[in-house]
Design a protein around this ligand. Structure first.
Ligand code: GAL
Length: 671
């Protein structure tokens, strides 16, 4: 067993993308490498979808192509992020073993023809995958080009929830380990209701399609199990690699708005370096702010250490209803926003645009139009920029604010029966984050129960499922002088999805100084007026303060006259409670008031304070860097002093940041 490297050592910021040369005649490869050098590419992911090429027939390996690719890249000084290749099984595997196929909740199979056509719990798939990993890792474990191992690809992107027989067996085993006895499981799931008591683990199924709503405890545990099953696959592949190589191992996460099924808090500790794939999602109201949130959450998974943006796009994707191109300059703004928020690598899907296959309308670093194109020039410019700012690598983002995020709360609030189907956990998180981002505050995203000593303000949006000990970390921190904002639905259920009785907000109740008697959600198009003049939607509550001060009140709707915002002095600190969803402007005002009280401040002062300007500081032992990303169409002035790495000019006192551009200022003295 070789000792793990545990960090990804790279000189500066890594730049590159997925390289899928299997698609091209070998005569193209030399041009690829030459152009990669022109663009400043120094890290490429290969073999992501290579299984069918390297194992064309069961147990028969052909590494001749991959050998040449690795040698060619190495000769050009380009490092390789080598994928195990297990993400897309070749047709021969499902043809011989249809039992590996995933099964949906209504019992139908999903067939090969796309990718990820396997059930994560299939032992047959696992054996075949590990045989491939063994072959790849033993061949390339000591290859000098390999800088990083890339297990599978986006584990769980398409196949996270499978109801196959293999999955059912594995779910039963997982439940046995979790509960020990079927009596304990019955208690946890509340099966005494609706005559659901199980007599043995063998009677339990995955939560398959039913005529009525299903048991929510079962659904929640199935989410936990499914995330764990994928993590087990990761661990199994990583263990094989580790026998042959000391190079760091990771897989690409999907911290993104539409991906819910993996609890990456549970996964992060297994990664030697955290890597994320992020695509702007134009189905959202504010894709730009979601990008910043996702980058901050990825940094949270990395515990503040640098991480790698393993994939994003140079332009349009091909899987949204309308696939938006990026505006001129947006590619650099998006990429450098990730760097501002802690990325030490900027990579894309994919190097050369496909001309065939499912992703032929997806943008790439080298577009169909070739090198005589604006997009190629932006890629080359970005490569130069990334090279120029290499000294920021290794520094860490500074944040005054923490936001508590939980995949378990996301799963629990997605249950089939709930107070309002219009409540979306991630929407609540995004709304709180947007209010903070609008104030230019830098936010760390942390797990429930994470230590909070470094922060001035902690925001807890819709933390529906929380353990008492996790809530206590927050309320104790408040008592010691912290300021927290907790929003509605927080503290509703425990880890077994059981309601905390005695007034909602459960373990937060005393610190918040409120008694919530009934939830009173409102129809989606209803607008609630607030006494302060603000407006709100979605939610209100019949509640009253016990010890809290009422700051604002709902004027109309089913909870007219009830508090909308309260503040409770708790120990040496203050616990605020928000019982509705304010509109963006009102939320911004509330956040500003609470942030001011907490003493949370932005990394720099932006004159005129347009919300579409981002300011973030990364700090090292002896240096700091102020990132300013101006997404507006106006020039802005930011208070800073030092040396701008982008324009290579000194900055004294104030920095002009032209419309649509980025500045990265090495500061003379960090504030
Ligand atoms: C990712 C995936 C890539 C590519 C990309 C397109 O989910 O890892 O292989 O499909 O999406 O946006």
């Amino acid at each position: 067993m070789v000792a793990p490297a545990r960090t990804f050592a790279h000189d500066g910021i890594a730049f590159g993308g997925d390289y899928n040369p299997e698609q091209w005649d070998e005569s193209v490869w030399a041009e690829d490498v030459a152009l990669m050098r022109e663009a400043g590419v120094d890290l490429v992911a290969v073999n992501v979808f290579g299984w069918a090429r390297v194992e064309p027939r069961p147990g028969e390996f052909d590494f001749s192509g991959l050998d040449r690719i690795l040698d060619m890249l190495h000769a050009a000084g380009i490092r390789v992020n080598l994928a195990t290749g297990t993400a897309s099984p070749p047709p021969w595997l499902a043809h011989r073993h249809p039992e590996i196929l995933p099964v949906t909740e209504d019992g139908t199979h999903r067939y090969p023809g796309g990718r990820q056509a396997f059930c994560p719990s299939s032992p047959v798939f696992r054996d075949a995958a590990l045989r491939l990993v063994e072959a790849v890792a033993s061949r390339y474990g000591a290859h000098p080009a390999v800088a990083l191992w890339h297990v599978s690809n986006e584990l769980g992107c398409h196949n996270a929830l499978s109801h196959s027989d293999a999955s059912t067996d594995a779910f039963r085993r997982w439940l046995r380990t979790r509960y020990g006895t079927v009596a304990a499981l019955n208690d946890a799931w509340g099966t005494a209701f609706w005559s659901q008591e199980y007599g043995s683990f063998d009677e339990i199924l995955t939560p398959r399609a039913a005529l009525s709503a299903r048991n929510p405890g079962q659904a929640l545990d199935f989410h936990r199990f499914s995330s764990d099953a994928l993590l087990e696959l990761y661990r199994a592949e990583a263990a094989v690699i580790r026998r042959h190589s000391e190079v760091p191992i990771t897989t690409n996460f999907m911290v993104a708005a539409h991906i819910e099924n993996m609890d990456y808090w549970q996964w992060a500790g297994d990664m030697d370096v955290i890597a994320n794939d992020h695509y702007l999602d134009h189905r959202l109201g504010d894709p730009r702010t979601e990008l910043s949130f996702a980058a901050d959450l990825t940094r949270g998974l990395a515990h503040g250490t640098p991480w790698i943006l393993m994939e994003h796009s140079t332009g349009a994707v091909n899987w949204q209803p309308v696939n938006h191109v990026k505006a001129p300059g947006q590619l650099a703004r998006n990429s450098l926003t990730h760097v501002a928020r802690g990325a030490d690598g900027v990579c894309f899907f994919q190097w050369r645009a496909s001309v065939q296959g499912t992703e032929k309308f997806h943008s790439a670093m080298l577009p169909h139009a070739g090198t005589d194109s604006a997009l190629w020039r932006e890629v080359v410019d970005l490569g130069e920029t990334v090279e120029r700012i290499g000294e920021v690598a290794g520094t860490r983002v500074v944040a005054d604010v923490a936001l508590v995020f939980s995949w378990e709360s996301w799963w629990a609030t997605d249950a089939e029966t709930r107070p309002s189907a219009a409540f979306g956990y991630l929407d609540q998180v995004h709304a709180a984050y947007a209010a903070l981002a609008g104030l230019h505050l830098t936010v760390d995203i942390v797990a429930p129960g994470a230590p909070l000593a470094d922060y001035r303000l902690v925001v807890v949006p819709g933390l529906h499922l929380v353990r008492e000990a996790e809530a206590a970390v927050i309320t104790d921190w408040v008592a010691r002088g912290g300021t927290a904002l907790v929003t509605f639905l927080s503290g509703t259920v425990d880890a077994e999805d059981r309601i905390y009785t005695g007034g909602y907000t459960g373990p937060f109740r005393e610190a918040l100084g409120v008694r919530v008697e009934e939830f009173a959600p409102v129809p989606v198009d209803a607008v609630l007026r607030l006494e302060s003049g603000g407006a709100a939607t979605l939610w209100s509550e019949r509640m009253r303060p016990t010890t809290a001060e009422v700051i604002d009140t709902v004027v109309d709707g089913p909870a007219a006259g009830s508090p909308a915002l309260t503040r409770n002095a708790w120990g040496d600190g203050a616990a605020w409670y928000l019982a509705t969803l304010p509109d963006a402007e009102t939320y911004g005002r509330i956040a500003a008031r609470i942030a001011a009280e907490a003493g949370a401040a932005p990394a720099a002062r932006v004159e005129g304070a347009p919300r579409e300007v981002e300011v973030v500081r990364r700090r090292g032992d002896d240096r700091s860097y102020l990132f300013v990303v101006n997404h507006t169409v106006e020039d802005v002035r930011v208070h800073a002093a030092g040396f701008d790495l982008i324009t290579q000019t000194p900055v004294s006192g104030a920095c002009e940041v032209p419309a649509g551009t980025v500045r990265i200022i090495r500061e003379e003295c960090a504030s």
